[in-house]
Design a protein around this ligand. Structure first.
Ligand SMILES: Nc1ncnc2c1ncn2[C@@H]1O[C@H](COP(=O)(O)OP(=O)(O)OP(=O)(O)O)[C@@H](O)[C@H]1O
Ligand SMILES: [Mg+2]
Length: 215
């Protein structure tokens, strides 16, 4: 077989460089994971920042040693796992500690997203980053897709999913970017107030739009 032509090489490089990246975000319980799964069903690759963060703090993850060094050994359980509850409580009540944890986690998450992206060759990919706006990672994506629903819906759905009270859920909502700010930064919005059928219809329409935009 001969060498690839210059034209073929150019097309390949152009394709890699131009892969369209959709940043999927939204407040707690708005339906980001549900929407990500719908895109996966359409064979769209989804890079999930929550999954990456989870892997980084697992016993095999490279962030665990850094957390132990920075916060102390009391944040690691006897079985070697991260004491998530203690860490969550600590950063919720201490802005400085929260910033320290972010300084460990964000560069590692960013690097892993880039690594996973470099392995993809699809027309477009979904980057599911719950705190996309809070962590100012907008530059990573070409398009911001916000999953939106009213606060009452968020609270009810999270209440039935997790063992959290309305007060706890409201505190989390208040620690995130406001709904208005998120919507102001959105290129597209999925309204997830209604049933799953309506949600799926919106995902199918956006899929067609993203395939066109990826060309
Ligand atoms: N349209 C819908 N109708 C009914 N239930 C829904 C709908 N969309 C999502 N849910 C349910 O609401 C809950 C929250 O949805 P999901 O987990 O997708 O949100 P999320 O944005 O990923 O939340 P988190 O911010 O905690 O990761 C889940 O239990 C999910 O099954
Ligand atoms: Mg989720």
């Amino acid at each position: 077989m001969g060498r690839p032509t210059e034209c073929a090489l150019f097309k390949q490089c152009w394709f890699i460089r131009r892969m369209y990246k959709v940043g999927l975000t939204g407040g707690i319980g708005c339906g980001k994971t549900t929407v990500s799964n719908l895109f996966k069903q359409l064979s769209v690759p989804v890079i999930d920042a929550d999954d990456i963060a989870h892997a980084l703090v697992s016993t095999a993850g490279i962030a665990l040693a850094q957390i132990s060094q920075q916060f102390g050994k009391s944040f690691i359980l006897a079985d070697g796992h991260l004491n998530r509850g203690k860490l969550r409580e600590t950063i919720f009540n201490d802005a400085e500690k929260k910033a320290q944890l972010e300084n460990i986690m964000h560069p590692l998450i960013y690097a892993e997203i880039k690594r996973q992206l470099s392995e993809l060759s699809s027309p477009y990919a979904i980057l599911a980053i719950p705190l996309l706006l809070e962590t100012k990672m907008q530059a990573l994506v070409d398009h911001i897709l916000v999953i939106d629903c009213p606060m009452e819906v968020q609270i009810n759905r999270v209440k039935s999913r997790d063992k959290l009270s309305a007060v706890q859920i409201t505190a989390i909502i208040n620690s995130q970017v406001s709904r208005a700010e998120r919507l102001a930064q959105a290129d597209s919005v999925i309204d997830n107030t209604q049933d799953l059928q309506k949600l799926s219809r919106q995902v199918h329409l956006l899929h067609k739009q993203f395939l066109r935009q990826a060309q």
